[in-house]
Ligand binder design. Sequence first.
Ligand SMILES: C[S@@+](CC[C@H](N)C(=O)[O-])C[C@H]1O[C@@H](n2cnc3c(N)ncnc32)[C@H](O)[C@@H]1O
Length: 314
Amino acid sequence: MPTVYGVNLRAATALQSIIGASSQAVAACRAVESEREDALFVDPLAKYFAAYAGGALPTFLSSYVSVRTHFIDRELLDALRRKHDQGPPGGVVPNQVVLLGAGMDGRMWRLPQQAGSPPPAEVVFELDQKEVVDAKDAVLAQLEQAGELPAPRLAKRRVCLSVDIRDPAWIQALNDAGHNRTSGTVWILEGFLRFFSNEQIDALIEQLSQNCACGSSILVTVPSATSRDRRRAEDPVDAKYQWRFGTDDPVSYFTRFGWKTVKSVSVEDLADQYNRRPRSTELDTPAENGSKAEPSVMSNPMRHNYLLRAVKID
Ligand SMILES: C[S@@+](CC[C@H](N)C(=O)[O-])C[C@H]1O[C@@H](n2cnc3c(N)ncnc32)[C@H](O)[C@@H]1O
């Protein structure tokens, strides 16, 4: 049975690459959150996307995913309503959503969940590697055939693209598929930056910044550079493919590309607000000599990631 981030995936449906299967592990976390009495959100498709074989789900991981997902949900709806927009007069209201590294994100079918929400966006674009796009499409096709696929809610249309984001041609593929670069976009980069080098993310942010109008929003999980460097010392092999990007100053990072940060929070602080901070006993590993060892970076992703929303101002 394959295990990704400590999540047991069903061998028959788990994706082959760890990076691809990470999308299924994240969906497993959302499926578990959805079952809680005090759920922060209910994602009816997560259990189908998850390839989850059951068993214990690492608390640190599920809480982390729940907090970041809930934050992005709320900010996305605010962005579509243009609340908190501090862009210049004349900045547009976003009417398109682009999910980079969309994975098994189910927002298209679950948001909005409350009354008073904004009307549907024009279009949601989901971009990911081919193996992930194909796996997601297969699940959706099965649900549709069984008459169990909910109607889309977040946008009127969904466009799915198989791309390798390391190839700069991704932006052309997006625009060719109907993304309007003179219009407003909400960009969502959730659990995504860590797979790329700082140079690759610089190029990516530069590209997306030049392909949307003022008033657009970006919602992003940002790994800390300090934690990334610690992880490199702990486990150079793991760090090589998924602890790559990092910054300790996310606000200045996005300012460089013409974005004004309207919210920047540590996931750990939000976890307190949302009642999702894991107990220390769920995190710390006792050292063999009885003293508390320095917990591994992997034991608590909350401590090592920021959540940020910024609005494009120039
Ligand atoms: C941890 S998952 C997060 C998925 C989704 N954003 C979510 O929160 O549910 C990371 C996603 O990034 C995608 N990804 C990683 N490298 C990629 C690349 N070079 N091009 C496109 N997608 C990539 C993976 O396939 C995976 O679906």
